[in-house]
Structures are given as structure tokens and as C-alpha cells.
Write a protein that binds this ligand. Structure first.
Ligand SMILES: *[C@@H]1O[C@H](CO)[C@@H](O)[C@H](O)[C@H]1NC(C)=O
Ligand SMILES: *[C@@H]1O[C@H](CO)[C@@H](O)[C@H](O)[C@H]1NC(C)=O
Ligand SMILES: *[C@@H]1O[C@H](CO)[C@@H](O)[C@H](O)[C@H]1NC(C)=O
Ligand SMILES: *[C@@H]1O[C@H](CO)[C@@H](O)[C@H](O)[C@H]1NC(C)=O
Length: 437
């Protein structure tokens, strides 16, 4: 069992060291609020993409990264893969995207960079090349054929929504999806590919655990999130057992001001200066919540394929989202050229550690849980974000217009389309190695 060695790599001792961390304000990048027209094309109107400021005063942080990430290859988690799909480089690819802003009607306005006037197109002509093997391009027809009568769900925050659009656009080249469900706010949606009886849902559950979120219509928070670290969010658990495939993700919402509960009792909070509560740090809550989620999954007897996707780094440079940070690059970077920001790397370490523990139990229990470690390949694509082009022609009133940048979500088409190349490969391999259903 390849995973055994990992156990020793996660000693508990460094968890208790408190490191003062003075990041005055930090992005809560995924807190987008969208209002939707109810037209067939679901053109969204975007309010402020990063509506809330979160202060990170102090939190527990491992004294040092508890392991060298280079030594842990996600390949160790996903035994049976032919190669480590997650390590590699972006190489030029003249063939470009398989869909355009014309052929896909499902691109939400803030990600529709070309339509919004992004002038450069170089970011479209790259593909992900894992070290040591070739990654075949996503084959929509083959994918749909494999997915006849199946149900998928992408579970998480606005990055899951960004991803579902990419997947739908790629599949739209073969069959047109029909929207068959949406909640009141168009946050959770479900589409059917009629010719294949194939269903894809996006499920809004930014914390995965139960949460009361107090945000006004513009996504501005009116009070701290109330987060129950010992209760799962039924937005996804209600559907869980019927899903054949799912991609579960979380992350950045944990950076928000929150009050933490367990057994309906307040444990403490993260950034709640007006309240007389213990500051526990978002890392405390993220770890607890992930442990709870993972425990549910590994003991669930689920027979489908469950991906846990690592969280998404942002690429704000020369500032953050709230103080003029930008993302102006026009091409991918090489491994090592950009480092994960500290907060992203704290989230990531928790994810890898908790996943490693869960993977041991999952394999014991026959649950097909796989790591979808898309953080490294995404980190190398600072060029793929909308930047100012989350707005329609942002510089129409002059080059110096003050425009809020989005250096977190992805342009469509764009680098996020490659996520589906990776997923397809893993699904194909997964079927070869252990057929289920
Ligand atoms: C994307 O949209 C813009 C504006 O509608 C259009 O000019 C451009 O040709 C489109 N690009 C593609 C590849 O369809
Ligand atoms: C369509 O797929 C669902 C599961 O996703 C299945 O329950 C149903 O029987 C299928 N319908 C047909 C006509 O095959
Ligand atoms: C569950 O979904 C609803 C509607 O999409 C949303 O308002 C709610 O915040 C979600 N629950 C959690 C815990 O995120
Ligand atoms: C949860 O709270 C109730 C009452 O508030 C208490 O009786 C119970 O023992 C608590 N359970 C745990 C596991 O702490």
C-alpha cells in the first residue's frame, strides 16, 4: 500500500504553534454574487466579485510545512494512474479551444473575456503536458458515450460553477444541454444531455458543512458566517447517494469572518473583533470541516467515483483584489516561477494532509476517492483570468478607468478547460482499473 509512508509524514506536533500573521485584509475571492436573467442563455450580471474584506489577524499555522510537496506525488494517492497527471508544464498548442463564445451559449458574462473585449488570444493556445506522458485532449463524444444514464455533480463555490460552464461548453460541441433545475438564486443548477440521458449538476456549497451566510443582494456580508463544523450541508448530501461521479471542492470561503459551532455551541470564531470570542483561525475550521466531510465520504459505502479537488490559487500581483492587484500576464509560467501565496498554501496543506488520511480509509472501505490536484497546473496560468474583462468593455470610457480585476476565476474558453482533459483521463483510467456500476 503506497500510502503507508504518508502516515508518518503528518505528525501532529506542529499544529499548536501560533504564528502571528499580519495580513490586514485578504481576498475572499470566491464570494461572487450573480443575478441572472431567466433567458435561455442565462446572461448574468455581476456585482462586485470580491465583495467582502476578511481580516486575518492571527491563526495557527504549522511551524513549517510538514512535508516536502515534491516528495508526495498525487500519484501516491491515485494508485493505478499511468502517470502523474498533475506535474508537468504548459506547452504551445496551435489547435486551441474546442468551443468559442459563439458556439457555447452558457458562458456567464464575467468569464466571457473575448466578448468583453479582452484583446489578446495567446492564452488560448496551450495544453497541459504531464511529465512523462501525454494527456489526450478531452473527447466530448467519447465522454458522453461513457456517461450514458449517469449523474455527475460539481460541488463547491464559484470555481465549481466556472468549471461546470467549461465542461458544459466542451460537451455542447456534441449535444445541447437542457437546464432542468435551478434554485431560486441560480446557484445550484442541473442540466440534462437528452440524447445521452446524462445529468450534470453544479451544487452550491462553498463550505461543504452547514452554514448560515448573511450577505445582502450585492454579496456584502452583513454579519459573520455561522459555520457548523459537525453538520454537513444538505445541499450536497441530499443528492450524494444518487451521484455516479462528483467533484468536491472548497477552500477560500473559509477565510471569511465566521463564528464556529459544534453541537450547536459556539467554539470560537475567525476574525470577529466585535465579539468576545476566541480567535481559532480559519485553518482550525477548514481542517475540522474537511475531516468531517472526509469521514462522511469514506464511511458512506458510495459506489461511484469521488474526486476531491484541491483549492484554487489566485494570481493578483502588485496588490490584492481590493487595492489594485492585477493579472496582466499573457502566457503561462514555468514551474517554480510563481509561488503559492501563503494563505493558499495553508489551505492546500490541510487539503493534502486530510486527503491522505481519508484515502487510507477509503481504500480500506472500498470507496473510490481520488485526489484531483489541480492547484499546481492552475498556478502556472496567471494569464488565464478575466482581469478587467470580467466587465463588458471595461475601458470603453478611457484607458485609465478604474476597473475591478478578477484574477481568480477563469476566462472561457481558457485554462480551466484543461481540467477536463485531466478528469477525462482519470475517468477513463478509473474505468479500466476498477469498473463500477
Ligand atoms: C467572441 O466574441 C466577440 C464579440 O462578440 C467576437 O468578436 C469574437 O469573434 C468571438 N470570438 C470567437 C472565437 O467566437
Ligand atoms: C436515465 O438515467 C437515470 C439515472 O441517471 C435512470 O434512473 C433512468 O432510468 C434513465 N432513463 C432511461 C430512459 O434510461
Ligand atoms: C445551499 O444552497 C442555497 C441555494 O442555492 C444557498 O442559499 C445556501 O447558502 C446553500 N447552503 C450553504 C450551507 O452554503
Ligand atoms: C451536545 O449538547 C447537548 C446539550 O446542549 C448535550 O446534552 C450533549 O451531551 C452534547 N453532545 C456532545 C457530543 O457534546
Amino acid at each position: 500500500m503506497k500510502l503507508d509512508f504518508l502516515k508518518q509524514k503528518f505528525p501532529q506536533k506542529h499544529k499548536h504553534l501560533i504564528v502571528k500573521f499580519l495580513v490586514a485584509i485578504f481576498l475572499t475571492g470566491v464570494a461572487c454574487r450573480f443575478l441572472f436573467f431567466q433567458s435561455e442563455e442565462f446572461l448574468p450580471v455581476l456585482e462586485s466579485p470580491f465583495p467582502e474584506k476578511t481580516v486575518v489577524p492571527e491563526f495557527t499555522l504549522p511551524a513549517q510545512v510538514p512535508y516536502n510537496l515534491d516528495q508526495i506525488s498525487p500519484k501516491d494517492f491515485n494508485s493505478g494512474e499511468k502517470c502523474d497527471t498533475f506535474t508537468g508544464e504548459w506547452i504551445p498548442d496551435p489547435s486551441g479551444p474546442i468551443y468559442t463564445n459563439k458556439t457555447c451559449k452558457l458562458i456567464e458574462s464575467p468569464q466571457n473575456c473575448m466578448r468583453n473585449g479582452r484583446p489578446d488570444t495567446g492564452y488560448l493556445y496551450w495544453r497541459w503536458k504531464p511529465r512523462g506522458c501525454e494527456l489526450p485532449r478531452f473527447d466530448a463524444e467519447r465522454f458522453l458515450d461513457m456517461m450514458r444514464n449517469k449523474i455527475w455533480a460539481l460541488i463547491g463555490d464559484s470555481i465549481a460553477r466556472n468549471h461546470v460552464q467549461s465542461l458544459l461548453c466542451m460537451l455542447s460541441t456534441v449535444d445541447r444541454p437542457v437546464l432542468i433545475y435551478h434554485d431560486e438564486e441560480y446557484k445550484s443548477k442541473r442540466w440534462l444531455f437528452p440524447s445521452y440521458n446524462f445529468t450534470i449538476s453544479v451544487i452550491w456549497s462553498p463550505f461543504l458543512v452547514k452554514a448560515a451566510i448573511f450577505e445582502d443582494f450585492n454579496g456584502v456580508s452583513t454579519s459573520e458566517v455561522e459555520l457548523h463544523l459537525d453538520k454537513l450541508d444538505d445541499n450536497w448530501t441530499d443528492l450524494y447517494k444518487n451521484l455516479d461521479y462528483m467533484i468536491i471542492s472548497s477552500g477560500e470561503w473559509f477565510l471569511k469572518s465566521s463564528i464556529y459551532y459544534e453541537n450547536d455551541t459556539i467554539l470560537g470564531c475567525h476574525y470577529c473583533p466585535k465579539r468576545n470570542l476566541a480567535e481559532l483561525g480559519f485553518n482550525f475550521a477548514y481542517r475540522k470541516a474537511l475531516q468531517f466531510v472526509m469521514n462522511f465520504i469514506v464511511t458512506s459505502n458510495h459506489k461511484g467515483l469521488i474526486f476531491f479537488r484541491t483549492s484554487q490559487p489566485d494570481h493578483f500581483e502588485n496588490g490584492e483584489w481590493f487595492n489594485g492587484g492585477t493579472c496582466e500576464r499573457k502566457a503561462p509560467v514555468k514551474e517554480g516561477e510563481i509561488q503559492l501565496k501563503e494563505l493558499n498554501s495553508i489551505l492546500r496543506d490541510i487539503e493534502l494532509e486530510e486527503f491522505a488520511k481519508a484515502a487510507v480509509k477509503a481504500s480500506k472501505n472500498g470507496v473510490n476517492l481520488k485526489l484531483l490536484d489541480l492547484t499546481p497546473l492552475s498556478l502556472l496560468r496567471p494569464d488565464g483570468h478575466p482581469g478587467p474583462y470580467r466587465q463588458f468593455h471595461p475601458f470603453a470610457r478611457g484607458k485609465n478607468a478604474k476597473v475591478q480585476r478578477d484574477c481568480l476565476h477563469w476566462c472561457l474558453p481558457g485554462p480551466i478547460d484543461s481540467w477536463n482533459d485531466v478528469i477525462m483521463e482519470m475517468v477513463v483510467n478509473g474505468q479500466e482499473n476498477q469498473p463500477f456500476r
